[in-house]
Design a protein around this ligand. Structure first.
Ligand SMILES: [Zn+2]
Length: 365
């Protein structure tokens, strides 16, 4: 595995990611500025007069059109590139059905939130951001609870770990962290990808560690133990709860900012009311810009949490070499960039680069 290969893979993905974001922004801007937004709404009014139905139709039309526009790029990045770099186990048909499932699940969750937003916008006017941020807090808690028990099983088969010896090790580790061992599962990650991963997910009674089968198959028990210890570090440090609290504070701030920018700017685009459906793409533009500021901040916090979990992995297992070995193996397997440009890392990376993590782990006593 050469460094150049992983650099090229990551740079292509990054370039397409940034390009997609910029293009979306420009297209939405033109959609509003050239009057297509108002034209579309006028057309839809011949179908229904109900504002909520109009909003749904308006969103679905834009969603379908944009997925057609971006289909070639999505195919290239998510399917072609993954195969070219020998990272994918998906057939084309499987890729299509997985995408379809994702869109369906996203719609089932997203469209009711959209309706809720519009209801709040109509009820509270300029102050919509406050009740909406409150509602989003409740929704994010419910979703965090549901992810491992309802949402993930739609995409993966999640089963208890069956390796008895590994399980005995996990029991001991988890006991030390105060977590029950029934909460360690594996999932059939290999049906889609050759990459490996593990995660700590859920909230309250649903919290659990899930390990990719790709991880369980290719790593020694010592190595897997360090990965579980890292995930237990997230548990020990309460990172899911902290993330919900932080994102709630952020969401109040960002919804407030978006609401102000949106109110101030609708006149520039020739709209009169913030409740006009055809003006809502302007709100999307502002949330994209505010999100651009927010991304690096949330990533700084996320990287801090990763260091904390790494520290716990070492203090609980004392297996520095195994952990470093695992991180190197994982990065090779996932074709990660071991040393991304510092600016790219600062902005986009939720985890510190592998070289930084290893330097940090080596500094621990
Ligand atoms: Zn982590």
């Amino acid at each position: 595995m050469t460094i150049n290969k992983s650099k090229r893979y990551n740079n292509i993905k990054l370039a397409f990611g940034i390009g997609k974001g910029v293009l979306s922004f420009i297209l939405i801007l033109l959609f509003v500025l050239l009057g297509y937004s108002s034209e579309l709404l006028a057309e839809l009014k011949s179908v229904t007069e109900n504002n909520y139905l109009l909003l749904l139709l308006f969103t679905i039309v834009i969603g379908v059109v944009s997925s057609i526009i971006f289909a070639p790029v999505n195919y290239y990045v998510d399917f072609y590139l993954e195969h070219k770099y020998d990272l994918s186990n998906q057939t084309f048909w499987k890729w299509i059905t997985e995408n379809f499932k994702e869109t369906l699940v996203g719609s089932v969750i997203g469209l009711p939130i959209l309706i809720l937003f519009f209801w709040v916008l109509n009820l509270f006017g300029q102050l919509w951001w406050l009740p909406f941020a409150l509602a989003m807090f409740v929704i994010s808690v419910v979703l965090a609870k549901l992810v491992p028990v309802i949402i993930l099983p739609i995409f993966y088969k999640i089963t208890p770990i069956d390796n008895e010896e590994l399980k005995a090790r996990i029991v001991r580790l988890a006991d030390n962290a105060g977590m029950k061992v029934e909460n360690v599962f594996k999932f059939d990650m290999s049906k889609n990808t050759k990459k490996a991963n593990a995660a700590f997910t859920g909230l309250g009674k649903t919290k659990r560690i899930i390990l990719g089968d790709t991880l369980l198959e290719n790593y020694s028990e010592d190595e897997i133990e360090t990965v579980i210890a890292h995930e237990l570090g997230h548990y020990k440090h309460n990172h899911i709860v902290k993330n919900i609290i932080i994102s709630t504070i952020f969401s109040f701030a960002t919804f407030f900012l978006i609401a102000q920018f949106y109110s101030i700017s609708i006149n520039w685009f020739g709209f009169e009311s913030i409740q006009q459906i055809d003006a809502l793409p302007v709100l999307v533009l502002w949330s994209m810009l505010v999100g651009l500021v927010l991304t690096p901040i949330t990533n700084v916090i996320s990287r801090k949490f990763e260091y904390e979990a790494d520290e716990y992995a070492i203090s609980s297992t004392r297996k520095k070499d195994d952990f470093i070995n695992t991180l190197n193996k994982l990065t090779d397997q996932n074709l990660g960039d071991k040393e991304p440009h510092p600016l790219i890392e600062w902005f986009f990376y939720s985890h510190p680069s592998i070289n930084k993590r290893i330097t940090y782990i080596n500094s621990l006593t």
